[in-house]
Design a protein around this ligand. Structure first.
Ligand SMILES: *[C@@H]1O[C@H](CO)[C@@H](O)[C@H](O)[C@H]1NC(C)=O
Length: 433
């Protein structure tokens, strides 16, 4: 693909186990050009998240040094086109800070800091000269606006993988210009018709900073909201059915992949394999407690969606973003709960006009059943090319919305198998037999 056809992207992230997989996918994807990383808080505190970018780059750097023939697999790992890395927001807009250390570990990567000191970057992240990154000392708002001004209007996609606080800062200070220049905003966040994954009702990113999302999508005072035709949300409803079965990873990538008790050994395998096995050891143990031997690919789906669906110049104002075949979005209306004692970060759907919603729980159960149906069996694929799709419970709910109202939500992808194949090919260079 000619460089001019690449989609320039900015990745807003709080790495995080599934963020790390998503960034590896981005580095290995020729459809996009990574302009920069805005590092926020979330899966763990911002400092640790920031260090994780450098850990990831160190692992890929070592890999390419050891296996120069793999360089072509990581087209975005390019010393002549360094992305910026900048610290964004370190705490939510106004709510209290909550991180997800219980799941991602103190360091965000399953506590590899202690188990795998060979992957640490002590001091590296404080150097101003990095061979593959432009370490920014600017404020993130300046970096993001600088990138937007340097590219043709509406060509850049902003990918949100964590709480949206940093984007909220950019939008708050440059709303009109940002809206003139941004191509697309594609974000992972929220849970609509399925339970949350951080509380009973909230997904982690919306839980982390509910107000940031609310202020971006609901008009408030004189501040315009993000244009509906250029904003796409990927809630847990659609991301959760995308899983990487750990037994398959073990079989195809790293037969020695095991557990925190038997940690990954550096000398036995290529550096990228060692890195991914190291940060997934703890996730695997935790996921097994949740009853599944697989990693959920929330952030990788989001990057995949962004690379497959470039900004469209003649987008219909107030419509939903135009997507490529295999990808479907629908308009949904909801409100973001910002203050609830038990419901912070919940996406509140008004189900009163929804006839089907009167049997309590019916729709959620239906959607769960659909998710079960789509789920990949542990360790093996049941079907080869099933699209991942969620049934939206109520068409009426979408009809009653006026033009420009609501939010475009992704409801269908080409399927988990396609994504898992892509990850195996691109990140680890293996084919599913
Ligand atoms: C919840 O979803 C977010 C999606 O961004 C993910 O990062 C996080 O790991 C998930 N947490 C759990 C406990 O599955």
């Amino acid at each position: 693909m000619a460089p001019s056809q690449k989609i320039p992207v900015i990745i807003d992230t709080d790495p995080g186990v599934d963020d790390a997989a998503a960034i590896l996918l981005a580095l290995a994807s020729p459809e996009i050009q990574i302009l920069g990383y805005v590092v926020t808080f979330g899966n763990t505190d911002q400092e640790a998240c920031y260090r994780n970018i450098f850990k990831l780059y160190q692992a890929v750097g070592r890999h390419i040094e050891q296996y120069p023939e793999d360089k072509h697999r990581f087209p975005n790992f390019d010393a002549s086109a360094k992305p910026f890395v900048v610290k964004g927001a370190s705490r939510p807009w106004s709510a209290e800070t909550h991180t997800a250390e219980y799941f991602h570990g103190r360091d965000g990567l399953g506590d590899i800091t202690q188990r795998h000191p060979d992957l640490n970057v002590d001091g590296l992240e404080t150097l101003s000269e990095h061979p593959y990154l432009r370490v920014s000392r600017e404020r993130h708002v300046a970096e993001v606006m600088g990138a937007l001004r340097a590219f043709p209007p509406r060509s850049i996609t902003y990918i949100g993988l964590g709480p949206l606080t940093s984007l909220r800062h950019v939008h708050h200070s440059h709303a009109t210009e940002f809206q003139d220049l941004i191509g697309r905003v594609i974000c992972m966040g929220g849970a609509l018709d399925v339970p949350g994954n951080t509380s009973a009702v909230a997904e982690f990113n919306t839980f982390g900073d509910p107000e940031a999302l609310r202020d971006l999508i609901e008009p408030r005072g004189n501040e315009p909201r993000l244009p509906i035709e250029r904003f796409l949300l990927l809630p847990l409803d659609i991301t959760t059915p995308h899983e990487l079965p750990f037994p398959l990873y073990k079989k195809l990538v790293d037969p020695t992949f095991h557990s925190t008790e038997f940690p990954s050994k550096p000398e036995e395998k290529p550096p990228v394999h060692h890195f991914t096995s190291s940060f997934m050891e703890r996730s695997r143990e935790l996921m097994l407690q949740f009853g599944k031997d697989a990693m959920e690919l929330h952030d990788p789906v989001t990057v995949w969606c962004a690379m497959q669906n470039p900004p469209v110049v003649d987008e219909v104002k107030g419509g939903i973003p135009q997507l490529r075949p295999g990808w479907v979005a629908m308009r949904r209306k909801f409100q973001v709960e910002c203050k609830g004692e038990y419901t912070r970060g919940m996406l509140v759907v008004d189900r009163r006009d929804d006839q089907g919603a009167y049997a309590p729980g019916e729709n959620r159960a239906h959607v769960q059943a659909e998710l079960e149906r789509l789920k990949i069996a542990h360790g093996a694929f049941e079907s080869s090319a099933l699209p991942a799709r969620v049934e939206v419970e109520d068409e009426a709910q979408t009809e009653s919305i006026g033009d420009g109202d609501g939010v475009a939500v992704l409801t269908e992808t080409p399927g988990a198998v396609a994504l898992v194949n892509l990850l195996f090919q691109r990140i680890w260079g293996v084919e599913i037999p």
